[in-house]
Design a protein around this ligand. Structure first.
Ligand SMILES: [Zn+2]
Length: 490
């Protein structure tokens, strides 16, 4: 696994990586989006995906080829690359989705892996059991055992230079997801799809998705390339990327287009409801809303699918730019405002701030405090942990602005919500170079007070004073008693 996937730049638990796909002879830069291709529905030709949208990989379903009179022999004779006419990496799904939908499929793990090899797949998938959310622990555990047996079997089969994915199941039981992740990583297989999250995504249960992914990642470790299986809406790419998801696949671009649904990074709109198109892709610029509506059905579907892909790939590029810049969490914060369920997802992400903090680089661009949630970011957690270890003089004055009332203090440190005390020596280092509002919200003041308390409690020998600007009584009451308080507002 290690030599196939190389991490380049990180931000939160998100990262830019390079996945080498030897059978395709390509290296795919992640995060990336794999458009889903159904050979029976020719919405946008794979060649166009590569040339016009820059798709480096796509995903198609081996089970469809396996069961299709039209395509089975052609796929075996020509291979997927020629049949589909796609120069990038081709990943194949095994039919587990059909298993979940229709109850059973009629191939074994060996057969479907051999078949994927024979049709020229670059990244194959064993037949796992996608365990639905909300099932009992017993069911989830039993089904996970079956998935794990199949992964072990898959790992024992010689698949040449074809990569093989190891889906991570476990339903909505975080400890099972974590165990499944650890087991999948141990198999030595190559790519790690987090399975059966589609029902959660369909119900906008983004917080549950975050918990499932965070648990799987704890088991998998940071070195594993992770595929969020079935996640195709650009609204949630940034959130998932910040958790460390590297691959996404989208059937949504085509499925939504069929019903005149128009994807945006802030949610889905119906074409009939749009007078103005909030997008500058070639489709939107050329047609406008009325022009799109006037197109004949088949051309409108293709045009909408193309727009949906443009907006999806643009978001992937935006995420990569944000990771390079160190502003991925600012982007997630922005996306969280598009729907209350996305905000739940962001808040759930911040519940895992300790986990994110372990991957988050210690230095990046500028921290922008843009919401109450900013106070819970991993950088704030890390700064508070660091306060325990700082050396302080015998008497230290902490202040949001006002000068100390006397000269009994040896040093003065600024207090910056949400970080709390900022030692002068660190004030020019990330994240204390943060841009923060001059009118801090309550969450930022509470976080600053937690920082003050951490520092005071860690240094019982030191005399501390604190000058604040009108902090609410409840926050002041949370501070240690020995701290001398001065209200800079009065
Ligand atoms: Zn557009």
């Amino acid at each position: 696994m290690g030599e196939r996937f190389e991490l380049q730049t990180a931000d939160a638990a998100g990262r830019i990586g390079e996945l080498t796909v030897p059978r395709a002879g390509v290296t795919v830069e992640t995060p990336t989006l794999l458009p889903v291709i159904n050979p029976h529905l020719d919405t946008i030709a794979p060649r166009r995906l590569a040339d016009e949208f820059g798709a480096e990989a796509l995903i198609t379903n081996a089970y469809i080829f396996h069961g299709s009179e039209d395509y089975r022999e052609r796929a075996l004779d020509e291979g997927l690359h020629d049949l589909l006419d796609f120069p990038g990496a081709i990943m194949t799904d095994s039919g587990s989705f059909q298993l979940a939908e229709y109850g059973e499929i009629d191939v074994t793990t060996e057969e479907i892996l051999d078949f994927q090899f024979d049709i020229g797949s670059d990244i194959a998938t064993p037949v796992d059991i996608p365990t639905e959310p909300g099932v009992s622990r017993e069911t989830a555990e039993t089904e996970l055992e079956t998935t794990q047996e199949r992964l072990e079997l898959a790992a024992s089969i010689d698949t040449g230079d074809m990569l093989v994915s190891a889906p991570v199941q476990g339903s909505t039981h975080p400890d099972l997801r974590e165990r499944a992740g650890a087991h999948a990583a141990e198999t030595g297989l190559d790519v790690f799809p987090i399975g059966a999250v589609v029902p959660l995504l369909n119900e906008y249960r983004y917080a549950d998705v975050v918990d499932a992914v965070a648990a799987a990642k704890r088991g998998l470790g940071p070195a594993a390339p992770v595929h969020l299986f079935g996640a195709g809406h650009p609204m949630m790419f940034a959130l998932a990327a910040a958790l460390g998801c590297d691959l996404f696949d989208s059937a949504a671009y085509a499925i939504y287009a069929r019903d005149d649904r128009y994807l945006t990074v802030r949610g889905t709109r119906h074409l009939d409801d749009l007078d103005h198109l909030p997008c500058s892709c070639p489709i939107c610029v050329d047609h406008g809303a009325a022009g799109l509506r006037d197109l004949p059905d088949d051309r409108r579907e293709t045009a909408l699918a193309a727009h949906n892909l443009h907006v999806s790939f643009a978001e992937i590029r935006r995420i990569k730019a944000a990771i390079r810049e160190g502003s991925l969490l600012e982007l997630v914060d922005e996306r969280a405002r598009s729907h209350p369920a996305m905000l739940d997802g962001y808040r759930a992400l911040l519940d895992h701030a300790d986990q994110l903090e372990r991957e988050d680089p210690s230095s990046k661009g500028t921290f922008f405090a843009t919401s109450a949630e900013s106070a819970r970011r991993p950088e704030v957690v890390r700064h508070h942990d660091r306060l325990d270890r700082l050396s302080v003089p015998d008497a230290l004055f902490l202040t949001e602005g006002p000068d100390p009332p006397s000269d009994e203090y040896d040093d003065v440190w600024r207090v910056v919500p949400p970080f709390g005390p900022v030692p002068s020596a660190l004030s020019r280092t990330y994240p204390l170079t943060a841009e923060v509002p001059t009118r801090p919200d309550r969450a930022a003041l509470e976080a600053a007070a937690r920082g003050v308390s951490r520092l005071v409690c860690a240094h019982p020998e030191t005399t501390f004073g604190l000058a604040h600007r009108g902090w609410p009584p409840a926050i002041l009451e949370s501070l240690p008693d020995e701290l001398a308080l001065f209200d800079g507002e009065s």
